[in-house]
Design a protein around this ligand. Structure first.
Ligand SMILES: Cc1cc2nc3c(=O)[nH]c(=O)nc-3n(C[C@H](O)[C@H](O)[C@H](O)COP(=O)(O)OP(=O)(O)OC[C@H]3O[C@@H](n4cnc5c(N)ncnc54)[C@H](O)[C@@H]3O)c2cc1C
Length: 434
């Protein structure tokens, strides 16, 4: 009987874990992770004595591969996340709540009933979305979102109240730089799909409990070998298979951020492609008050404020008095502020959104800055193929998923794609049946 192939996975973010879950049962797996815990950019961290997510995340119903793999490792979606129909509630701006009707009526009804938008703007927005749908969500030539909005004659009000915050949330890239094709792909998968695809899934549990920790447990039960706290220095082709820091494997999946992949593989074409990637930060401010909090909705925005979205963590995960404020792709003037100054601005926004907290001092305040939170979803970004030019080495990570922004779903899809490609390329005698 032939031995099962030995496969190394480098990086236990959502992409690497997805690749491992996909390969389990077909190979002998070894997972190397530089951090002590799995989860990468979407995990729980210890910050000043408390456990917090390293950034507030949201998922949507269209994250099919995330949901499939969560189920596979035993996560109950309904316990793990609050599912609610698409809603957009920004104080001083647009308020839109879609009913649970079949698509596309839910969007149409939500738009017709929306407040903060005049009839001309509702018509402009519906027409712009419909024009994308008619073109099957593909542009003949990519351009910035800002340019496309001009061509669609979207009013300044609509751009500032709807498109700008939406593009920041979905792509973490300002619309003057953001790729319209990447935005169109996310709109296709959410608004262009079934009603449930546009649902918002708000985590009720911490990010590690959502997938990384159950995946790690499940993989260990399947016999995976876990090397946490191990930073791999080099991945090279060998006469047969690959060497991971000198250890032989039949194949490897490198599931790390672009800049780490370029350093690990020393492959000139990949290094050139990675140079084209730019990055944007995301700030998450956690404010804990010594009172019970009940926001009118679990996720709300503030038009013209510093924070983009505020999350009621007490309502979502039962953490008393805890709010999470997200600032996506913060402009340079915000990045230049001290932590204290930025937290004061966020506190002022919280006071506007929740007058009951006005004047109250939080008992704890934490600002988590992820400097390279996501790659910038810019125009003309080339994604490398998952089969690298180094023999028997495959690539995974959110940056590899074609036409997708940096998201959990992009990461998971890329991991699944790399795993399937690897299995397809192995001689059939080496593949164990599931
Ligand atoms: C603050 C914040 C908010 C976000 N909000 C959302 C959101 O609301 N919705 C959404 O869908 N997405 C969101 N994202 C994006 C999402 O978190 C990422 O797209 C996703 O986590 C990327 O996963 P990944 O596996 O591709 O990469 P990573 O998470 O970067 O995983 C790579 C792993 O490789 C490890 N590694 C690197 N080098 C080595 C080495 N040499 N040896 C061993 N291990 C190594 C790293 O430690 C890391 O664990 C957000 C991101 C941030 C930071």
């Amino acid at each position: 009987m032939t031995a099962r192939p030995r496969i190394a996975i480098i990086g236990a973010g959502w992409a690497g874990l997805a690749a491992a879950v996909e390969l389990a049962g077909q190979a002998e797996l070894t997972l190397f992770e530089a951090g002590r815990e799995p989860g990468g950019r979407a995990r729980r961290i210890a910050a000043s004595g408390s456990l917090l997510d390293n950034g507030q995340h949201i998922l949507i119903g269209a994250y099919r591969e995330c949901l499939r793999l969560m189920r596979k490792v035993g996560v109950d979606e309904h316990r793990a996340m609050l599912r609610q129909p698409l809603a957009w509630q920004r104080q001083g701006g647009i308020q839109l709540c879609c009913p649970s009707w079949p698509a596309p009526w839910h969007v149409l009804a939500g738009l017709l009933r929306a407040t903060g938008l005049g009839w001309p703007e509702k018509w402009q927005l519906a027409r712009a979305l419909q024009s994308l749908k008619w073109r099957r969500w593909r542009l003949a030539e990519d351009m910035t979102v800002a340019r496309w909005l001009q061509l669609q004659h979207q009013s300044d009000w609509l751009v500032e109240q709807f498109w700008r915050p939406m593009v920041l949330s979905a792509l973490n890239t300002p619309l003057e730089q953001a790729s319209m094709q990447i935005l169109a792909t996310t709109l296709r998968d959410s608004l262009g799909g079934r009603r449930a695809d546009s649902d918002l899934l708000l985590p009720r549990q911490d990010l590690s409990a959502l997938f990384p920790a159950p995946a790690q447990r499940w993989l260990s039960q399947q016999g995976m070998c876990w090397h946490g706290g191990v930073r791999v220095e080099q991945v090279q082709a060998a006469a047969q298979g690959v060497l991971v820091d000198g250890q032989p494997f039949d194949a490897a999946i490198v599931a790390v951020a672009p800049y780490h992949a370029a350093a690990l593989l020393q492959e000139p074409q990949l290094q050139a492609q990675v140079k084209a990637f730019a990055y944007w930060p995301i700030y998450t401010a956690y404010l804990r008050y010594d009172v019970d909090i009940a926001m009118p909705a679990p996720m709300m925005g503030l038009q013209g404020g510093t924070l983009d979205w505020l999350f009621d963590r007490q309502a979502l995960s039962g953490e008393r008095g805890l709010l999470a404020a997200v600032i996506s792709a913060p402009p340079l003037e915000l990045q230049a502020l001290s932590r204290e100054a930025l937290l004061r601005k966020v506190e002022a926004d919280v006071g506007e959104l929740l007058p009951a907290l006005n004047g109250l001092q939080p008992v704890a305040a934490q600002l988590i800055v992820e400097k390279r939170a996501t790659f910038a979803s810019t125009v003309g970004l080339t994604r490398p193929h998952c089969r690298s030019r180094v023999q028997s080495v495959y690539l995974a990570g959110d940056w590899l998923c074609p036409d997708y922004p940096a998201t959990l779903e992009g990461a998971v899809r890329s991991g699944v794609t790399a795993a399937r490609q690897l299995v397809q390329d192995l001689p059939s005698s080496r593949v164990a049946s599931r």
